[in-house]
Design a binder for this molecule. Structure first.
Ligand SMILES: NC(=O)c1ccc[n+]([C@@H]2O[C@H](COP(=O)([O-])OP(=O)(O)OC[C@H]3O[C@@H](n4cnc5c(N)ncnc54)[C@H](O)[C@@H]3O)[C@@H](O)[C@H]2O)c1
Length: 451
């Protein structure tokens, strides 16, 4: 391996790329580099995933098996849990989880463990990029000191006078903007923001990513790149809170909030539609803003928009259950002892991702208030133990007129496209709709309770 590498090396023809963490972010990235002709090795601590990948199998619904098989066969992709093989790589991209701990504080243990597993194998001239979403300062304050324990150096400097500052390795941050299930924008079409610990690191990372995405957007530092990702997700979180609050008002005013949002979205400038729902879900939006509010405390700063949006959004599952109570009440029934069917446990429609799904919070509240319930989700035939919930005893019940008719109410929590909403309303006694999924249903609208 050349030890006096310049950033331009990463424009090179065929690079050896290591991707650490082969999940929703890492696996598509690995396949994209393989598709561009590079030699990619996926590193993961989960031996089951490593084994599946090496046999050309996919464990993520929207990632086609034949794509993995194709690159395994052509020897452009393989997976391993042997981290000593990191020494062979030209570039090492870190895509491990960044969740919150039980106190809703950043849990950077995966990033820290990963940096520690790179450190003994770090080579001169290697490029390391953190992709995991995190607060500004993580790359410089957490990852860099661990990597420098190797004895190799990567100075934190910026500005034109440091264009060619010497260093032993390159270190950058580049946030992932993957939107699982989005058929319009795949990885190759989405511009990628890149910031280096120093100018050569920034240029090295830009050169690398320019080979796999349509546009690279350089920023002046890793902190700016880290903050960019958080701004994007906080923007979504705050806007979702806004429409969730307006929905509650619209329900009282007998105004259809979705009709209003769709009408407002016809304005060709200055408006972007966000839609209300039963609460926040997914790995990013309910989690990432708290990374910034936690870090802001170090600067005696309170991020009020984040706190307020969190307050509104976390109240939504409680609003849903209160709505179920009201809907049942109209049928002279109490929640306690009623039998409900929850439709959808994925955090959003048409994905096999249940992380932070509001459906589970709703199920927890229903359970505490004495309701009985089953669920159906075509993407989850059965449930497994999660970080906060254990519904591993539950299996998806079949969806047909006979089963639907057995429940006191059907609760639409996720608006999967495969559901036939007219048939659901026809067969159900009562439908509580948290997503306005039944808006095109014509028959039996008297059974629908929008919330
Ligand atoms: N999922 C998304 O849509 C999305 C979008 C943008 C950004 N992100 C961010 O990307 C990062 C990764 O998210 P994800 O959704 O891919 O997570 P994921 O849970 O799907 O995948 C993470 C993978 O890392 C592996 N792993 C955990 N610790 C490891 C270690 N020490 N060494 C090697 N592998 C390890 C896990 O086994 C898993 O396969 C997070 O910071 C997340 O916030 C996610």
């Amino acid at each position: 391996m050349p030890t006096d590498r310049r950033p331009e090396f990463f424009k090179g023809a065929q690079l050896k790329v290591a991707i650490i963490g082969c999940g929703y972010v890492g696996l598509p990235l690995a396949l994209r580099f393989a598709e561009a002709g590079h030699k990619v090795t996926g590193f993961d601590t989960d031996p089951r995933k490593v084994q599946m990948l090496n046999s050309g199998k996919s464990y993520i619904e929207h990632i086609a098996q034949n794509k993995i098989q194709q690159y395994v066969n052509s020897r452009h992709f393989n997976a391993t849990d042997d981290f000593s093989r990191l020494s062979e790589a030209d570039a090492i991209l870190i895509c491990v989880p960044t969740p919150l701990n039980e106190y809703r504080e950043p849990d950077l243990s995966y990033v820290e463990d990963t940096a520690k597993s790179i450190q003994p194998h770090l080579q001169k001239g290697q490029l390391v990029v953190l992709e995991s979403t995190t607060y500004p300062g993580t790359t410089e304050e957490l990852v860099l000191p661990i990597l420098e324990k190797s004895g190799l150096r990567c100075p934190i400097v910026s500005g034109p006078e440091n264009e060619n500052v010497p260093g032993d390795f390159f270190l950058a941050f580049s946030p992932e903007r993957e939107d699982p299930g989005n058929k319009q924008y795949g990885l190759a079409q989405i511009p990628k923001v890149v910031g280096g610990v120093n100018p050569p690191s920034g240029r090295a990372a830009q050169a690398l990513y320019a080979q796999v995405v349509a546009r690279v957007v350089p920023v002046s530092s890793t902190r700016a790149a880290e903050m960019t990702k958080l701004l994007e997700n906080i923007f979504r979180c705050v806007n979702i809170a806004l429409v969730n609050e307006l929905k509650l008002l619209c329900l009282r005013m007998l105004v259809d909030v979705c009709e209003v949002i769709d009408a407002a979205a016809t304005k060709p400038f200055g408006f972007m539609p966000f839609y209300p729902g039963p609460g926040l879900g997914g790995h990013c939006i309910p989690v990432d803003p708290y990374y910034l509010s936690w870090k802001a405390r170090e600067y005696d700063f309170s991020t009020r928009f984040i706190e307020l949006a969190g307050e509104v959004n976390t109240a939504m599952p409680y609003h849903v259950v209160d709505s179920v109570v009201e809907a049942l009440n109209r049928h002279k029934k109490s929640l306690k002892g009623s039998k409900l069917l929850v439709l959808g446990v994925a955090y959003k429609k048409d994905v096999d991702d249940q992380r932070e799904s509001p459906s589970f919070k709703i199920m927890e509240i229903l359970q505490k208030r004495g309701a009985e319930f089953d669920y159906n989700d075509p993407y989850f035939p059965h449930l497994s133990k999660m970080r906060h919930y254990d519904y591993s005893h539950m299996k998806s019940v079949p969806l047909n007129a006979e089963t639907l008719g057995r429940y006191d109410a059907v609760l639409i929590a996720t608006d999967h496209s495969s559901y036939d909403y007219s048939a659901i309303v026809d067969a159900a006694k009562l439908v509580v709709d948290t997503r306005n999924a039944t808006r095109r249903v014509i028959r039996h609208r008297e059974k629908i309770f929008l919330c």
